[in-house]
Design a protein around this ligand. Structure first.
Ligand code: AHR
Length: 518
């Protein structure tokens, strides 16, 4: 260990990169997000008629621009806990005829101004695929078939003709459907036992498939790995639904607990363990059923969420039923951005089994994008690792095994200070490296030989998130307090990539052939 010019201690780390260390192709669906009718995600988030940037459909143009910049590929909709009491047909037809309903999940009023037709129009403008979540809380097979018929049936049937009368001539062609949301959770409207849910999920999946065999269907896994029934739920549900579904869902939220930053920075250790647990459970059910089919994971809710703060504010005895209240509008720090970067590294590392992932959520509600009604939209700190990873992760994911010191955590024991993954695009020859230094006081001098890719490589671009103030945030008054900055000293010299990684930092480096104009 040496001393840097800043007086901080420095350690050396390295890893090998090789184009043959392939895990799987990069799945574009890894860069999914989530829009729930919750708080201000929809109303004054994506939709605000009367906002200076609103288009003819009432969608905020400033938000659409940021969603495109974020590089979102797919959006899960319309919930979340909300969906378990939702009647999709309330949100179609003339706006004036749509009922106002209670949303029991978030104790607010749903005006139904935005329904599925509006959302599909928004998704088209944003250029994202829609993953539609069905209500299997208060509803069942028939309503799932109905919304599917409305969305995807071409013509002549009652609901297909209703869609056409509502302005959507062609079917929407939604391919992915979630069979409910977090039905293992006692808080969920229509909460079920694994037996009850497994049977309903299998019946619904079979019915949907008989209408459209190519659908991709997601069964609900546990709502978190801390549920007492974690993996037992998955095993029991899949015993009944294995042959009928394609994915099992995973949900995980991370936060610093009692100021334990060291463990929080190592959250991807938990995500790795979570994925291994669900994959091995699903595979063991598959083996027991003598199935040759392999299920993948749809990690359709993940993020940093200051959940304990939210829970502490519950049970206020409020008798209000507000419309689009400010709910869980977490303000994200530099440390949160580094953790989000490392969770993306974990998701990419598991690309062989995690082929869909949705950061929860997209706007205002635990989100990378924040807005003020009638005012500005801005990027939170966590916007940067998502946007840059989505843009640079191309081709195939390469396995990376860093050689580096460990540090101690109360929660996970000794943890490698570095977490990293890489991608290689054989068509363009480009290589991207994503790396997190989670040590709180030591910088890292990283060296990575890059001669195994055939052509000589150079650094095309490099980005870092780091700050002397780990708790710095972006606000409407100071929206660019934290941004990703070029990692100035990253360079390839004599076939070796060298970069300095500050304490608690996330870095992405794109390499291209030296002679290429890139
Ligand atoms: O994303 C916020 C909430 O977290 C979702 O509604 C629910 O599915 C999860 O518990």
């Amino acid at each position: 260990m040496t001393r840097s010019s800043f007086g901080r201690s420095v350690f050396a780390a390295s890893f090998r990169l090789d184009p043959s260390f392939v895990i799987a192709p990069v799945s574009r669906r890894t860069f999914g997000s989530f829009v729930e009718h919750m708080g201000r995600c929809v109303y004054t988030g994506i939709y605000e008629p009367g906002h200076p940037t609103a288009d003819v459909d009432g969608f905020r143009g400033d938000v659409l621009d940021l969603v495109r910049e974020l590089g979102v590929s797919l959006v899960r909709y319309p919930g979340g806990n909300f969906v378990s009491g939702y009647r999709w047909e309330d949100g179609i037809g003339p706006a004036a005829d749509r009922p106002v309903r209670r949303d029991l999940a978030w104790r607010s009023l749903e005006t139904n101004e935005v329904g599925v037709d509006e959302f599909m129009r928004w998704a088209g403008k944003a250029g994202v695929e829609v993953m539609y979540a069905l209500n299997l809380g208060t509803r069942g097979v028939q309503e799932a078939l109905d919304v599917h018929e409305y969305l995807n049936h071409p013509d002549r049937t009652r609901l297909a003709e209703l869609r056409r009368a509502n302005g959507a001539e062609k079917p929407y062609g939604v391919r992915m459907f979630c069979l409910g949301n977090e039905l293992d959770g006692p808080w969920q409207t229509g909460h079920k036992t694994a037996q009850e849910y497994g049977r309903l999920a299998a019946q619904t999946a079979r019915a949907l498939r008989s209408a459209e065999p190519e659908l991709e269907l997601v069964a609900c896994g546990s709502s978190s790995s801390s549920m007492p029934t974690f993996v037992a739920w998955e095993a029991e549900v899949l015993e009944m639904a294995y042959d009928a579904v394609d994915y099992i869902s995973a949900h995980a939220y991370y936060e610093p607990v009692d100021g334990d930053m060291a463990s929080f920075l190592a959250s991807s250790v938990d995500m790795d363990h979570f994925v291994h647990s669900v994959v091995s459970t699903a595979d063991s059910v598959g083996a027991r059923l003598k199935s040759t089919k392999r299920l993948n994971i749809s990690f359709d809710e993940w993020n940093v969420w200051y959940l304990r703060e939210f829970q502490a504010r519950q049970d206020t005895g409020s008798t209000e039923w507000p419309v689009a209240p400010r709910v869980i509008e977490d303000c994200y720090t530099v440390a949160d951005a580094v953790v989000v970067g490392s969770l993306l590294i974990s998701l990419l590392r598991h690309s062989d089994r995690v082929t869909v992932a949705c950061q929860a959520q997209l706007v205002n509600v635990i989100a990378p994008i924040r807005t003020e009604p009638g005012g500005a939209a801005w990027r939170q700190t966590i916007f940067y690792p998502f946007a840059i990873t989505s843009r640079l992760a191309r081709g195939e994911v390469l396995r990376v095994e860093p050689r580096c010191p460990t540090y101690d955590t109360a929660r996970y024991g000794a943890v490698p200070a570095l977490d990293a993954v890489a991608t290689h695009d054989a068509d363009t020859g480009e290589v991207s490296v994503f790396v997190v230094n989670r040590h709180q006081s030591q910088s890292v001098t990283l060296t990575v030989p890059v001669t195994s890719f055939g052509a000589a490589l150079r650094v095309a671009e490099s980005w870092t998130i780091a700050d002397d103030d780990l708790f710095a945030v972006n606000t409407s008054d100071y929206p660019d307090r934290v941004v990703a900055r070029p990692a100035d000293d990253a360079e390839v010299d004599d076939g070796v990539l060298r970069a300095t990684l500050p304490p608690v930092s996330w870095t992405a480096i794109r390499l291209c052939a030296s002679r290429q104009d890139c």
